[in-house]
Design a protein around this ligand. Structure first.
Ligand code: F6P
Length: 349
């Protein structure tokens, strides 16, 4: 069995690697081989793989990142020659099944590879964005919420001292789960999500009202948040850039848009990769262990083509084809959205 971590890293990957490997060794029915740097480890002329034994995965439960390495861009299906090379390595190594720990992109590549090479696949959902379809909670999300909440808390003490409007940008390119939960836990006054296009005038009005009373405002903004149609988009604002979000963050764009409308000074902080790094919380260690253990069970029961998941708080599985390249965004009638509104949080409209 081959084991790989694909896409952006997230706290808890090592806990999954440990649980999959130890569970399979415990049952003694297959060898586990770790593949380096996601699919990249199978795409080069020499495969980069190594046998994982019990002691190789001991002492890593609490450690952030991934001991196997990962890559964002490796596509084993990018052309026929690459796919054939990967298939050749799979045959030569005697790999029958791959456990792919990744997001929707990794799930899509894994199932494509299964079709092209005959390799069987089991998936484990991973992302701090918590946006994988049919999965209530991906491991890593809890840790990222805790990190972003801590940052909001710190920002509040400096923001309130200087009577400023403080914008804090969280990750979450397509879905606002992280901004929403961290925003609520960190007592943000304004929460901006990719799912709700914001109205600059509404945000400014909320900040101006607070200028009179509380004299500071905390805005928690998901990186995918954008202004309502008709207003300038982030992409237009940073003209000529293929990926303006990476150039400094949408928080800086909002800061420039908001400053002329307010008396208070506006400051922006982009939390960035600090949210992906660090050690997993106890919740994520437990969830990652449950996912890894269940993935091993799926391998042993030969229930291939499935991704482990959490449904109504219980471990379950779902066909990978149902999750590949689909994002789970925040529904506009979600209970947390309603709760935020009802406790006076401005959602940008
Ligand atoms: O894992 C997804 C994510 O956290 C997105 O929210 C964010 O846009 C992206 O990772 C950043 O990835 P990179 O490491 O490539 O900058």
């Amino acid at each position: 069995m081959g084991l790989l971590t694909g896409g952006g890293d997230c706290p808890g990957l090592n806990a999954v690697i440990r649980a999959v490997t130890k569970s399979l060794i415990h049952h003694g029915r297959c060898e586990v081989w770790g593949i380096a740097d996601g699919f990249e480890g199978l795409m080069e002329s020499e495969p980069r793989v190594r046998r994982l034994r019990w002691e190789d995965v001991s002492g890593i439960l609490h450690v952030g990142g991934t001991m196997l390495g990962t890559s964002n861009s490796a596509n084993p299906l990018r052309d026929a020659a690459t796919t054939e090379r990967v298939a050749g390595h799979v045959r030569a190594l005697g790999l029958q099944v791959i456990v792919a720990i990744g997001g929707d992109g990794t799930m899509s590549l894994a199932s494509g590879l299964a079709g092209a090479t005959g390799l069987e696949v089991v998936g484990v959902p991973k992302t701090i964005d918590n946006d994988i379809a049919h999965c209530e909670r991906s491991f890593g999300f809890d840790t990222a919420v805790a990190t972003a909440t801590d940052a909001l808390h710190r920002i509040e003490s400096t923001g309130s001292s200087h009577h400023r409007v403080m914008i804090v940008e969280t990750m979450g390119r397509h879905a606002g789960w992280l901004a929403l939960e961290a925003g609520i836990a960190g007592a943000a006054d304004v929460i901006l999500l990719p799912e709700i296009d914001y109205d600059l005038a509404a945000i400014a009005a909320h900040c101006r009202a607070r200028e009179q009373r509380q004299r500071y405002t905390i805005i928690c903004m998901g990186e995918g948040a954008k202004p309502r149609g008709g207003q300038q988009t982030v992409r237009e604002h940073v003209a000529g850039s293929p990926d303006p979000v990476r150039l400094g963050g949408v928080a800086h764009v909002l800061r420039q848009q908001l400053q002329p409308l307010l008396d208070s000074e506006v400051r922006a902080t982009v939390l960035g990769h600090v949210q992906r790094g660090g050690d997993p919380t106890p919740f994520d260690r437990v969830l990652a262990t449950r996912y890894g253990h269940h993935a091993a069970q799926l391998v042993l029961e030969r229930r291939f083509g499935h991704m482990v998941t959490l449904r109504h708080g219980r471990i379950a599985s779902v066909p990978i084809r149902q999750v590949a390249n689909v994002q789970r965004t925040v529904p506009l009638d979600h209970e947390l959205v309603t709760a935020a509104r009802d406790i006076g949080v401005c959602l940008g409209v």
